[in-house]
Write a protein that binds this ligand. Sequence first.
Ligand SMILES: *Cc1c(COP(=O)(O)O)cnc(C)c1O
Length: 449
Amino acid sequence: MRSYKTTMVDPVRLLPREDRDAALADAGYNVFNLDSADVFVDLLTDSGTGTMSNDQWAAMMQGDEAYAGGDSFADLEAAVSDVMGFENVVPAHQGRGAENVLYGALVSEGDTILNNAHFDTTRAHVVANGGDAVDCPVEAATDMDSDDPFKGDFSLDRARAVVDDVGAENVPVVVLTITNNSMAGQPVSVDNTRAVAEFADDIDATFVVDACRFAENAHFVQQREPEFADDSVAAIAREQLSYADACVMSGKKDGLVNIGGFVGIREGRDELHEQCRQRGILYEGFSTYGGMSGRDIAAFAVGLREAVDPPYVAERVEQVQRLCEALADRGVPVYQPAGGHAVYIDANRALDHIPRDQYPGQAFVCELYREGGVRGVELGRFAFPDTDRRDLVRLAVPRRMYGPDHVEHVADTAEAVCERADEISGLEIVEEPEMEELRHFSAELRPVE
Ligand SMILES: *Cc1c(COP(=O)(O)O)cnc(C)c1O
């Protein structure tokens, strides 16, 4: 049961079926082109889409808009120190701004950067700085049915093989992404975190944690790693982050705000802190606002504390698990177990008659909208051309927004799509932007005749 009540209402409506069909055709069969007013349940992303608390709104009223030395920034520094244990904070407008600040300071031409799996913007920043981004997921990560509790872990075997190949001197940074967004939002154990920290230390690399979903990860650790069964989410989060030299944070995830981010830097890493500070001033804004308004910063400081304050994160992750179970109960093929922020449907199984070059994932996304006004996103061969990854459809759940009736509606909608799979045809691209990597945001498609 939710531990909060609703005191502000944001109406949504389910358009009539013909209007949904027309809206989808107008959008070129790409749900990024839909108006949000035409969407009934919006599971496009959990990034910056959540609901703020009354305490966050109250804090916004006291946002300090001073260019330098604002009170709100001092509140954010205190929250980062208390909740995440980093003494130095370089603010940025969102996660990728923080990535630009940090990876620009750490990565040079010819370097190899290791990560359990690079999130798209992380990979882009490594590559933009001349680096090679290598993923080191564990075997179980790509097994849709394995019930391994920590499918997000970093594979030290793979990492060692890469280091043997390129030489330790060419690996200046090791990154651990918690939860592992590119691997279905799967968690990383504290035990694995310790081992990765030791490995980074052995090769003299800086150990960075991409902490975007640190609170969700801490919840999984509490539930699944026996050593931590009796510890609070707040204590686990601090423990897990204590091994990192630096972190990257997007406030749009476990900061519980609509915009914001920062780089957190361990005490004693003065040179890295100074480099980041200077890059922050150049790209984001002065070191006490970094692209955020004082109001944004004030809400962020409160949101970070709420993220580890029970029972918020348990309810959030359990809602995602309930959606996953509701889908599985109805025979919809899903990635198991559920991740912290999203459920992934396997369109290659659901629409197994559609050839892979006709984008079965995108076809499923379109049908979810036509069937029930539900917006998800394709993360298969439409979004990632030239890969052999499965055609997954992600349903990401915004924080503190939807209720159990929405969960039921989404599951019923996906079931109805699966039941009439035979009638569903594939899609072909009619127009796409120059940069293939960005095509899923704006390309237009049409059903194959
Ligand atoms: C969202 C995200 C980012 C980038 O953050 P933005 O706020 O979207 O720029 C980086 N890493 C991970 C793991 C993310 O989920």
